[in-house]
Design a protein around this ligand. Structure first.
Ligand SMILES: O=C(O)c1ccccc1N[C@@H]1O[C@H](COP(=O)(O)O)[C@@H](O)[C@H]1O
Length: 217
């Protein structure tokens, strides 16, 4: 089971995440977010490029040329497209970078119909909660909806996952669950994580999943 910590805004916290063994950090490169990592000074961008941990850029309806430029500049492993990006948009970027398409899920969402056009043009899916905003709401959705859907692509599970959700994660099995994505519920303020709480969560996540062999590649 992989762990992504999203919404970090300092190089020191990214390096700490790397030391802890977090798999991915998410940089919110969307100016409309409370935890936007923008703007960078040139010096910070240079430092960011060199941080050892795999970095995922989080975007909302961004210009594709900007996403491509950021991918090179910051050495991004993948981009998380959290807005209303079309399948064509995803296909246009995919030969340059891994694509994680985020879907916002509500009680009445037809997940199969929503994801079908994206199946061939993404590397991963990500499931978040549908709210009035694009993401980072701290609110969760009913994971049982994923069990009922025909999801057959590796996915990131997100949306209000908090330090107390380990038992819930332990009880949720899905053959395509790849990564747990944590964000606002681990913050002391927007953009600043409590890394001690992240460390405890990570070690308990690993301990609780040690009996599972699910998608640990
Ligand atoms: O974190 C944000 O501010 C954000 C803004 C716009 C799009 C995505 C954003 N973050 C992503 O939202 C999900 C859920 O976060 P939370 O746990 O509910 O706080 C997560 O995947 C973040 O990557």
């Amino acid at each position: 089971m992989k762990l992504k910590v999203c919404g970090l805004t300092s190089i020191a916290q990214m390096e700490r995440a790397h030391e802890l063994g977090v798999d991915y950090v998410g940089l919110v490169l969307y100016a409309g977010s409370k935890r936007s990592a923008l703007p960078f000074t040139e010096a910070a961008a240079d430092e960011l490029e060199r941080v050892g941990i795999s970095k995922i850029g989080v975007y909302v309806n961004e210009d594709a040329a900007k996403v491509m430029a950021d991918t090179e500049r910051y050495n991004l492993t993948a981009v998380q497209l959290h807005g209303d990006e079309s399948p064509e948009y995803c296909a246009g970027l995919r030969d340059r970078v891994n694509i994680i398409k985020a879907f916002r899920i509500g009680a009445d969402t037809d997940i199969d119909a929503l994801v079908a056009p994206y199946h061939a043009v993404c590397d991963y899916f990500l499931f978040d909660t549908r709210t009035e905003d694009y993401g980072g709401s701290g609110r969760s959705f009913d994971w049982k909806l994923l069990e009922k859907a025909l999801v057959d692509k590796l996915f990131f599970l997100s949306g209000g996952i908090g330090p107390d959700d380990l038992e819930k994660i332990r009880s949720f099995y899905h053959p395509f669950l790849y990564c747990i994505d944590i964000n606002s519920r681990f913050e002391t303020e927007p953009g600043v994580k409590d890394m001690a709480v992240v460390a405890t969560f990570l070690s308990e996540l690993h301990a609780s999943r040690s009996g599972h062999v699910q998608n640990d590649h």
